[in-house]
Design a protein around this ligand. Structure first.
Ligand code: UD1
Length: 418
């Protein structure tokens, strides 16, 4: 199995190009199923989760064409199956996003229940509730969500809690429903706005994406179209935090500063000088050690849960004490045990971690437990003395395109070994 070895101690310097967002491209690829012509998706990050989604779409019968620059053409006209099998869904929870498109376009969908994952139980009750509100008959049998409807009917859907995935699934389904659907308490993440823009390019009628209330006027059909995926604000945030931890100065290009206010504010609080110019974000620490920051994760526009582990890594070597509260997922502190192995001083009380910054971390073998936890360990490795060896890096490959090449380009000493 492959591992990543990081030798700490070098400030990051230079430019890094930000890829398309993982969390935007996955629903967008699934949205291709709604159309009756091909959808061309550009700025696609080359990630394991993207390949899993393509495998799932191909399994359903869609034609998939990938060109050299990893632009993807999905042709849904050959879709024959409406079953998303356990083997694919279990490896990637986002597979549940085929539920809405299959149901809306083909009148039936059977999607394996994703089950738990490392960061918590992650139920799908809000997805199911939304489909039922649109008139679908839904049952859960033999580990599958089975949904049926002749044609979905527009309705008012009030989510019990803010869910990115449920908002996306019901939004996609509503585009082909008869009449008007109003989604209340909808998630406001930039990835939802990006999905809505793609759907509009395919002929959907959507207003309010990016707010807590999305209104969809159902249409008879969606044609194919073309869409370029929004920049990955989490990848971008990860590099910026890495630079701040190392006392470095980097510029993230092809980014979207307007989608990451909360993260940029926290970096300023940590002592970073930031300059945003179009799609470029420049960060300079002027060689200083970061100050500790308090983090409480929240739905957008709050601090994303997907940045919590990285900010905790920053607090580990910062000046002062940072309090990190995780409010979205029940079990998202698995990186704590590994950070302790590197010499961090962290005390966990329920959903809160109290992180006392130490002068230095020391490299050690550590194990990745989920995607963003892995990123936090790489970041800690960048400032730890000696070698940090990260095992189970398949988590990292699910969500970061060429992370070691990008970090090497910024002057880090990082390599992949077998
Ligand atoms: C998405 C992101 C993930 C991010 C998360 C929160 C993708 C592919 N993944 O995941 O990276 O960490 O948003 O920003 O975009 N919940 C329920 N019932 C439901 C649905 C969700 O109780 O039916 C709960 C979850 O257990 C969790 C919270 O709601 O506690 C938020 O989850 P959700 O926003 O749905 O996350 P995902 O869409 O799975």
């Amino acid at each position: 199995m492959q591992k990543i070895v990081v030798e700490g101690g070098r400030p990051l310097r230079g430019e890094v190009r930000i890829s398309g967002a993982k969390n935007a491209v996955l629903p967008i690829l699934c949205a291709g199923l709604l159309a009756d012509g091909p959808l061309m998706v550009r700025n696609v990050p080359n990630l394991h989760d993207v390949k899993t989604t393509l495998r799932l779409l191909a399994d359903l019968g869609a034609g998939i064409h990938l060109d050299d620059s990893f632009d993807i053409r999905i042709d849904p006209r050959s879709v024959r199956s409406h079953v998303a099998p356990y083997e694919l869904v279990k490896t990637m929870r986002a597979s549940v996003l085929v539920l809405g498109p299959l149901l809306a376009r083909h009148g039936a969908a059977e999607v394996s229940l994703p089950g738990g994952c490392a960061i918590g139980s992650r139920p799908v009750d809000q997805h199911i509730k939304g489909m039922q509100a649109l008139g679908a008959e839904v049952s859960v049998e033999h580990g599958f969500i089975k949904a049926r409807a002749k044609r979905l009917k527009g309705a008012r859907v009030v989510f019990d809690m803010v869910s990115v995935g449920a908002t996306e699934n019901v939004l996609m389904a509503a585009t082909l429903a008869e009449g008007r659907t109003v989604l209340e308490n909808a998630a406001m993440e930039p990835e939802i706005v990006d999905l809505a823009q793609c759907l509009v390019a395919m002929g959907a009628r959507i207003e309010g994406a990016g707010s807590g209330r999305i209104v969809v006027e159902g249409v008879e059909r969606l044609h194919g179209g073309e869409h370029a995926v929004v920049a990955d604000r989490i990848e971008c945030g990860t590099f910026l935090v890495a630079a701040a931890m190392t006392g470095g100065a980097i510029t993230a290009t092809h980014s979207r500063p307007d989608t990451m206010d909360a993260v940029l504010d926290k970096l300023r609080e940590a002592g970073a000088e930031l300059d945003c110019d179009g799609d470029r974000i420049s960060l300079d620490m002027h060689g200083r050690r970061p100050r500790a920051v308090n983090i409480a994760t929240a739905p957008h526009p709050g601090v994303p849960t997907d940045m919590q582990a990285q900010f905790m890594a920053l607090d580990c070597i910062a000046d002062g004490v940072g309090v990190v509260s995780e409010t979205i997922f029940e079990n998202r502190f698995m990186h704590v045990q590994e950070l302790l192995r590197l010499g961090a001083d962290i005390r966990v009380e329920g959903h809160t971690a109290i992180v006392r910054g130490v002068e230095a971390l020391s490299g050690a073998p550590v194990m990745a437990t989920d995607l963003r936890a892995s990123a936090s360990l790489v970041l800690a490795g960048l400032v730890a003395g000696g070698d940090t060896t990260l095992d189970r890096i398949y988590h990292l490959d699910r969500g970061y395109e060429n992370i070691e090449a990008k970090l090497s380009g910024l002057g880090a000493c990082i390599r992949r070994i077998d």
